[in-house]
Design a protein around this ligand. Sequence first.
Ligand code: ZN
Length: 206
Amino acid sequence: MNVQDGIEYVDETSPAHIYVLDDGGEITLIDAGLPNEAETVLAYLARTGRKPEQVKRIVLTHRHGDHAGAMPALVRATGATVYAHADEAAALAGQEGAPARIEPLADGDVVPVFEGLRAIGVPGHTTGHLCFYLPERKVLFTGDALINRGSLTGPVAQYTADLSRAHGSLREKIADLDVETLCVAHGDVIPTGVAKQLREVIAGLS
Ligand SMILES: [Zn+2]
């Protein structure tokens, strides 16, 4: 599914979207889906005329299995380098077949995709949860910090380690960003004009 020029997500993964950033043929994936979804990702790449070796990076928002499950299999198939917050690394390294090295990302780090994909620390859902932001395109990839299943909301309480911290992180780190396009992991992408809605939803979180 095309979001905008160079930004897509893999059709047919569930429950979480896997984003495909294609920067002149060099591909970065944001998140990796369930353990059994590597084949779905590889089939999507083949169908869209790409080779596995074009995937240079897999950037993870957090450790949960619906976001990181297929990471080991995708690394084996592509040779990609994995990036995640240091607080997620131990859990990620514990996955069967995980690569020996996971590149640590901290708040403010920039991954070299397009004009620079900025990691934003948004702890609470997990301690090392990251969102990713393209400031010139005004695109925010939310991971599980915000979801849009029927309506835009904060993280699902049941799966969130520290809900009040998660809400505080959204107020502190996300509310003032200039965002036009919201790429959630769960639910529908909001392709344009999300700024006001985003501010209102975050302001309404207790
Ligand atoms: Zn999660």
